[in-house]
Design a protein around this ligand. Sequence first.
Ligand SMILES: [Fe+2]
Length: 200
Amino acid sequence: MKTSTPARVARSAAPLTGQRAHETQAFGSVVPMPIALAEDTRRSSADNLNQLLADAMTLRDLYKKHHWQASGPTFYQLHLLFDKHFNEQSDLVDLIAERIMTLGGVSIAMSADVAETTLIPRPPRGREETPVQLSRLLHAHEIVLKEARAMARKAAEDGDDGTNDLLVSSVIRTNEAQVWFVAEHLVDGPLVHTDGRSAD
Ligand SMILES: [Fe+2]
């Protein structure tokens, strides 16, 4: 039986690092996927979902920024709430990205590409006051909700029920609930004493 030379064994056991090749699929294209949806429909849904994905990733990261940079008397509850919403947004990001791949598209992924694509205004690197953090989050949610509703209607018109369901059942409902939890922190109510006005 023929045995390998020591040099051949060493080469085959070595990790083949540093490899490069051309892309197998260009961003913005869709490959055939046998899910009984026309190519135009799959491309339209994938394009829309990539915009939504960039905005969802930005909102997700905005929550982590504010989780780290929270301050003031409500620090602890907001620190925890922001991380809860970060995790929920992370789950949405994965669902949106994998829906794009299911449609035969290519999901946007890296932060530089996301930064060029998102519609959410860029916050400063430094820290901001709690009401400003909350206002930024609410504005970002409204951008996501507005586009998600329009995209859901388009997907329904095109017969892309899977995308419509993802947008309505997961994206819209989760974002609306998060808005409620954030917005209630901007109600200027008394903490200990009532405002002193009579009820009658
Ligand atoms: Fe943390």
